[in-house]
Design a binder for this molecule. Sequence first.
Ligand SMILES: Cc1cc2nc3c(=O)[nH]c(=O)nc-3n(C[C@H](O)[C@H](O)[C@H](O)COP(=O)(O)OP(=O)(O)OC[C@H]3O[C@@H](n4cnc5c(N)ncnc54)[C@H](O)[C@@H]3O)c2cc1C
Ligand SMILES: *[C@@H]1O[C@H](CO)[C@@H](O)[C@H](O)[C@H]1NC(C)=O
Ligand SMILES: *[C@@H]1O[C@H](CO)[C@@H](O)[C@H](O)[C@H]1NC(C)=O
Ligand SMILES: *[C@@H]1O[C@H](CO)[C@@H](O)[C@H](O)[C@H]1NC(C)=O
Ligand SMILES: *[C@@H]1O[C@H](CO)[C@@H](O)[C@H](O)[C@H]1NC(C)=O
Ligand SMILES: *[C@@H]1O[C@H](CO)[C@@H](O)[C@H](O)[C@H]1NC(C)=O
Ligand SMILES: *[C@@H]1O[C@H](CO)[C@@H](O)[C@H](O)[C@H]1NC(C)=O
Ligand SMILES: *[C@@H]1O[C@H](CO)[C@@H](O)[C@H](O)[C@H]1NC(C)=O
Length: 540
Amino acid sequence: MKSPPPTARVAMSYLFLFLLYSYSWATLAYTHHHDSFLQCLSLHSGNSTSLTKLIYPRNNPSYTSVLEFSIRNARFSTPTTPEPLVIVTPSHISHIQATINCSRNHDMQIRIRSGGHDYEGLSYVSQVPFVIIDLINLRSIDIDVENNTAWVQAGATIGELYYRIAEKSTTLAFPAGVCPTVGVGGHFSGGGYGMLMRKFGLAADQIIDAHLVDVDGRLLDRNSMGEDLFWAIRGGGGASFGVIVSWKVKLVSVPSTVTVFTVNRTLEENGTMLVHKWQSVAEKIHEDLYLRLFLRAVNSSQQQGKITIQASFTSLFLGRIDQLIVLMQESFPELGLVKEDCIEMSWIQSILYFAEIPQSESLDILLNRTGTPSFFKGKSDYVKEPIPEFALEGLWQWFYEEEPGSVELIFSPYGGIMNEIPESETPFPHRAGNLFNIHYGVGWTEEGPSASQKHISYMRRLYRYMKPYVSKSPREAYMNYRDLDLGINNIGKYTSYGQASKWGLKYLKNNFNRLIHVKTTVDPQNFFRHEQSIPSLFRG
Ligand SMILES: Cc1cc2nc3c(=O)[nH]c(=O)nc-3n(C[C@H](O)[C@H](O)[C@H](O)COP(=O)(O)OP(=O)(O)OC[C@H]3O[C@@H](n4cnc5c(N)ncnc54)[C@H](O)[C@@H]3O)c2cc1C
Ligand SMILES: *[C@@H]1O[C@H](CO)[C@@H](O)[C@H](O)[C@H]1NC(C)=O
Ligand SMILES: *[C@@H]1O[C@H](CO)[C@@H](O)[C@H](O)[C@H]1NC(C)=O
Ligand SMILES: *[C@@H]1O[C@H](CO)[C@@H](O)[C@H](O)[C@H]1NC(C)=O
Ligand SMILES: *[C@@H]1O[C@H](CO)[C@@H](O)[C@H](O)[C@H]1NC(C)=O
Ligand SMILES: *[C@@H]1O[C@H](CO)[C@@H](O)[C@H](O)[C@H]1NC(C)=O
Ligand SMILES: *[C@@H]1O[C@H](CO)[C@@H](O)[C@H](O)[C@H]1NC(C)=O
Ligand SMILES: *[C@@H]1O[C@H](CO)[C@@H](O)[C@H](O)[C@H]1NC(C)=O
């Protein structure tokens, strides 16, 4: 149910006044709340005429398009999804400061959005009156090729970052995700990984400085925020601590020519054996080689009407074809990789390849932020011991329950440098001892709550099936694959440790406890909060 425009809402509330006093009182207070918040913002605009143009209240004709532009999960763009009272799209730090100030004074919750890829829509949905700070206008990128560093504003996408690096150099790169429209604000603050993870680590591992606006409206850098807070935002989620404005990152060196391949094998082509073997190969193989595995149901090419499982080995090698063939012969001859499967290209071309963008497209497609929202539910797991063959056979059965193509599992290998970084170096704790991460995804096209329920319930049952084969105590999960099934904070201002530790220990292991300490110091009143934000232990 979309809310009626403000004037209609006021008129309605007068009508109800005679019928249901308490209800209409709440509605009036709500409207008043909204107006005084807007007044506060316009007061703060002062000499800055620009701020008023960057504020979208519900009656602004662009409100809906600004809101929807960065929504990636259609589950959170339905007629019953709660919408913000206003969207602010700052182009200057002072606009962020003003929004925080007015939100505190008018008891309004803030949701912070960069790329909008949050799996549970937490960057643009809340159950209480809220405002969105959407960083889309803060997305400048400065590449320093002399020092191999870059300053990247939080609203930039990783596609924009990759493009700007490639403009300056063919041998510099950055280790972050595969989907170009992911925003650096959420991605880096939750970890961020892609095809370079085994060689260089996470996006968060490259951060050397940051600018953040805190709860008191202060603009802080690494030096002024201190090492505890600087540690917290490199994997503990930004939105618990403040509004991240920009990151300074190290760039990494790659060869000017890299090699990619995709080899598909179905069950009829020894698929089960290959997946089983892959589990002990991909984590140990040379760190220049990233062997990622996608699993999905496909129509059999051999027998019409038959559905089979396809294992798609999708890989990046930081070197040339000849060397790659030798490596694969040594470690994984069963896959039968041949030269003809391999393609040499530049690192930036490989970004298009893994994003499944045709190589004929010009590189500036990486600057395109437009995406099509789809209905999906995701979950994640970590695997420490190879999954036995009989359990893989059991897993295949799950794919037949949904339409071919709608369920996809991604196995992303760990090892390499991930084994060398201590668990407490950053809040991201999933380091040595992990063979691979599993990403579970189910997508659908039917609208409405009953379709959502059906597919979400499927996903929960599949997750239950996998329990014996994945990490335990805690059953670890990747924060950037956010999953509210793991637990949510109490509604209201404060959450108990016991409540938050349900999801917190899974994403963060023991780092969760240090994050609570940082949170309690920098935001004791828990102003920056959402369903899975780090709780403050202060009760003042
Ligand atoms: C299609 C798709 C592909 C993906 N591929 C990968 C991948 O290859 N590798 C990988 O690691 N992950 C991947 N992800 C997950 C992705 O890393 C997370 O969803 C990430 O949090 C998205 O960041 P965002 O800025 O786009 O999202 P948003 O929804 O804008 O933000 C996510 C969270 O971060 C907070 N936040 C955002 N910006 C700021 C800021 N400036 N300051 C403080 N808090 C902020 C938000 O409030 C929210 O809690 C993918 C997700 C999708 C939907
Ligand atoms: C307000 O005006 C001063 C002086 O002209 C300027 O320095 C400042 O940047 C302006 N503030 C904003 C938010 O634009
Ligand atoms: C908001 O700004 C006003 C004036 O700029 C200042 O006096 C007040 O302390 C600020 N409030 C908060 C909560 O930061
Ligand atoms: C490289 O870093 C040095 C030292 O911080 C700095 O003085 C120099 O300006 C930087 N180079 C560029 C091109 O910014
Ligand atoms: C592998 O299979 C996928 C479909 O699942 C297809 O898009 C891709 O082109 C195939 N790749 C090769 C090299 O056969
Ligand atoms: C499957 O493996 C067997 C032996 O391991 C091999 O002989 C056979 O050629 C493989 N089949 C395919 C289709 O690769
Ligand atoms: C950007 O991407 C969207 C969705 O993929 C597409 O519809 C649109 O044409 C693209 N725009 C440009 C300028 O390429
Ligand atoms: C499989 O084949 C059916 C028709 O036989 C078709 O409708 C469907 O789109 C195909 N699915 C995929 C993933 O190719």
